[in-house]
Write a protein that binds this ligand. Sequence first.
Ligand code: ARG
Length: 455
Amino acid sequence: MKIKRQRSRRLWAKSGEVTDEVMQRLTVGEDPILDSALVVHDCVGSAAHARMLAKCGHLSKPELRKLLIGLRKIFKLGKIGKFNIPAALEDVHTAIETRLVSQFGEAGLRIHTARSRNDQVMLAMRLFLRTELLNRLASTLELLDIVQVKFQALKDVPLPGYTHMQPAMPSSVGMWLHALYEELLVIVQRGLSLLEDLDVSPLGGAAGFGVSIKTDPAFVANILKFKQHYRSPIQANNSRGREELHALQWITTAGAVMEKFVWDMLLYCSREFGFFALPNKLTTGSSIMPQKRNPDLLELTRSRCARLRGYETELAWIIGKLPTSYHRDLQLTKRPVMQALKDFSEILEMMKLSLKGFTVNRKRLEAAMHTDLYATYDAYRQVKLGQPFREAYRVVAKRVVDGTLDPKALQRDFAPIQKLVVSGMREANREVKKLAVRVAERQRTLAKLPDTVFN
Ligand code: ARG
C-alpha cells in the first residue's frame, strides 16, 4: 500500500477542504506547548492500546513490534524534551500518529482503531496525573523529614501561643513544628487515597459511545497497572476534568495548610517579633533602601498557595455546565492542572528551603514568655484543688491585674503538654514511615511500566 506523506496534515483534514488559519490558531491554542508534558504518557498509553489491538486481531504481530519500537523511540525523545509538536499538527496525539505513519506506513494507519483523540487525552492525563501526584507525595515526605530534623533541634525552645494575634498560652517551637508535621502527614494520606480514586483506566469508549468491534479495555487497564476501567463510556468521558478537579482540590488544601505556617514565619521573622530569622542567602534586598533584607521567599510561597484556588476555580468553571460526553471546551482543562502541579512543586521546594534555613532567637523568645501567658495554668491549679473553673478564672483574672502570678512555678505546668508534643511526634513519625513505604512501592511499580509496555 502506498502511504502519502502526512507531515503537516491534521488527522481530520480531508482533501479539497480549506480551514481558516485564524480559527485553526485559536482552536489549537496552547496544546503544542502543554502537550510536551504528555509525550511520554501518550507513548505508554498508545503502546498498551496497540498491544490490545494485536490481541484482538486488529494488528499483526510484526505491525505491533514496529509500533512498539517507534513508540519507545518517541518516548525516549519525550523524556529529554526533544519530541517536537508542530502547531500545524494540533497536538501530541496527532504528532505521534503522524510520526508512526511516516515511519511504518500501514501499521501507523491502524493505531487509531477503536479510540478517539479525547480517549487518548484522558488516558495520557490520567497517567500524567498519577506520576506527578506520586512525585509530589515523595516531595512532601522529604519536607516531613526536614520538619522532623528541625523538631529534634528546636523542640524545647519556648514560643508564645497567640490567638487574635494576642499573647494567649505558652507553646514551643516543637509544638508548632509538630502541628505542621501532622498536617503534612494528613496531606500524604489523602494524596494516597486520591491516587486510589484515580486508579481507573479511561480508555475504551472511543468517541464515548462504545466500539462495535472486539476490544479489551480490561487488558489495557491491566497492562497500565490500573485497578479497573470505566464500564460506561459516557462516564469515562464525563470524568475528564472532574478527576483532575479532585486532584486540584487536594493540592489547594495542601497549599492552605502551608500558607498558615508561612504566615507565622513571616510574622516571627519581623523585626518587632524577632523570634525567627532567615539566613542572608534566603533573603533579598531592596533597590532603594540599603538596609533591607526581605523574606520574598516566604511571600512568594504564600502567593503561590493563594493562586492554587484560582486554578481550582478555573477548572471547575470549564467543566461546569457541560452536558455529558466530549466537548472541545475540555481542551482548556489541561492548563490549570499543569500550572497547579508546577506551583505545588515549587511551594514544596520553597518550604524545604525556609524550614531548613530558619534560625531562632532564644533570648527574644524567652523574653516574650510574659507571665500573663500562664494565667490559664494558674486557674487549672485551682481546679486541681477542687475549685469550679469559672470561680478560679475570676480569681486569676484579679491576680493578673494585681501582678501576683508566680511565673517560675507556673512555667513547670507546660511540661506535661510538651511531653504530649514529643510522644505525638514519635507516633506521627511511625505513621509517616509506613506511608513512605507505600509511596516508594508505587513509585517502583510505575518506574517499571515503560519497560513492560514497550518490550
Ligand atoms: N486537544 C483536544 C482536547 O484536549 C484533543 C481532542 C480533539 N478532539 C476533537 N474532536 N476535536 O480535547
